[in-house]
Design a binder for this molecule. Structure first.
Ligand code: SAH
Length: 391
């Protein structure tokens, strides 16, 4: 295995179990070290700090282990088994109410660059680094091996997560086969997941608990679900007895998926969907809702566009706060990693000030436990939400 040495003093963050080695911390690397290679990271004192995957760029190494390691079948088995044991502890495996969960959440499971979502008996894998992608076959085998017979197919969806030209990543089954979709349950609500044609791995699992919370408030209410994608929040609201639910997404394909999921459950006659831009919809038809959900895509993926993202969140929340019925509830989210909880709350406050209405915070929401983050890697906390009552 190739080696890499850090500058004096730069070992501190790694010793504190932060898994990223920034390029500025690197003193030298062994000749021939290439993107995707496993690499041992040493301090300037020649102390082995950990082993990770090398990548040229701002983050040079993402560490999978703080100490010695060899990335072989046994290693993947042990890592995936640990991730599986956590989901079991959480009650997500073998549950009679929920058959979709995240099995591997990158740094949060000590596997930076790897996402594995499970839908029924199929696991969908997305590699975000060349190093992880190269290991997809032993990883897929480990997923099936640890699953106690629950998972029998693994689909690789890395085609869109690896930067083009770095790898010939295409999408396809690594193990087993299937029709490309399945109907799963989330808290007893039914969803069709299309991992071949859908966004990301096919479904946004991170909103499971927040959708359930919406269900608690939705009975007898008129609900607007914006950025609905596959209609997660809409279906929960209908199941809970909302009088009327409107779903909005700019993508016609997403709206069709929402309609399909509504049809799989109850209340289609109380539901209407709109292939429209949320900003336009709120301006034109945003009035008279008791509950509005705002779950936009990440407006900012990087620091240099954060300001524009904040302007976007402000404008969006302003339109919703301005329009919602007195006493109504706003479920508002941000999944931009670079916008932290406090910054998000302050942005929503700025929107409320402009709308000039009294607003109370009822709940502070986050990502569920199958999307864990290391305490030493706060960057892993990305989803934040607020439930607000607007008077
Ligand atoms: N709330 C969803 C996930 C949202 S993903 C869930 O629980 O599953 C973000 C969605 O926003 C995508 O489906 C995307 O098509 C949609 N989108 C992006 N920009 C939009 C816009 N300006 N107006 C409406 N929808 C938009």
């Amino acid at each position: 295995m190739k080696k890499l040495w850090l500058n004096k003093g730069k070992e501190q963050s790694v010793l504190r179990r932060h898994p990223w080695v920034f390029s500025g911390a690197v003193k030298k690397a062994e000749e021939g070290l290439q993107e995707g290679d496993p690499v041992e990271v040493y301090s300037s004192q020649n102390q082995l700090l950990g082993v990770g995957h090398y990548q040229p760029g701002n983050i040079s190494v993402r560490l999978l282990e703080f100490g010695p390691a060899i990335f072989n079948s046994e290693f993947w088995l042990q890592k995936i088994n640990q991730a599986y044991a956590l989901r079991k502890q959480l009650g997500l495996i073998g549950s009679k109410d929920t058959s979709a969960y995240r099995l591997v959440f990158a740094e949060g499971d000590g596997l930076p660059g790897l996402i594995v979502d499970v839908y029924g008996s199929t696991a969908v894998l997305q590699a975000h680094s060349l190093g992880m992608w190269r290991e997809r076959q032993p990883i897929a085998e480990a997923v099936v091996a640890v699953s106690e017979g629950q998972i029998n197919a693994v689909y690789d969806k890395s085609g869109e997560t690896l930067p083009a030209g770095q790898a010939n990543a295409g999408n396809g089954y690594l193990i087993g086969e299937g029709g490309g979709y399945d109907v799963v349950m989330e808290n007893r609500v039914r969803f069709k997941i299309d991992w071949v044609g859908g966004q990301k791995t096919g479904f946004f699992l991170d909103q499971r608990e927040n959708r359930a919370l919406l269900g608690q408030y939705a009975k007898g209410k008129r609900v607007l679900n914006t950025f609905c994608y596959t209609g997660g929040f809409s279906v929960y609201a209908l199941e809970a007895g909302a009088t009327e639910v409107h779903s909005v997404d700019v993508s016609a394909k997403a709206v069709a998926l929402t309609d399909e999921n509504v049809a799989l459950n109850s209340g289609a006659e109380r539901h209407q969907s709109f292939a429209m831009d949320t900003f336009v919809f709120l301006k034109e038809k945003g009035a008279d809702y008791d509950i509005i959900i705002l779950d936009p895509p990440a407006f900012a993926k990087r620091m240099n566009v954060r300001h524009n993202a904040l302007m976007g969140y402000k404008r969006l929340n302003y339109e919703a706060i301005r329009h919602i019925r007195p006493g109504g509830l706003l479920f508002t989210f941000s999944c931009s990693g670079v916008v932290d909880k406090l910054l998000f709350q302050n942005t929503v406050m700025a929107a409320a000030i402009e709308a000039n209405r009294p607003v109370k915070v009822l709940h502070q929401l986050s990502q569920p436990a199958d999307h864990p983050y290391s305490l030493y890697h706060p960057e892993g906390e990305y989803l934040k939400g607020l439930v607000l009552q607007v008077l």
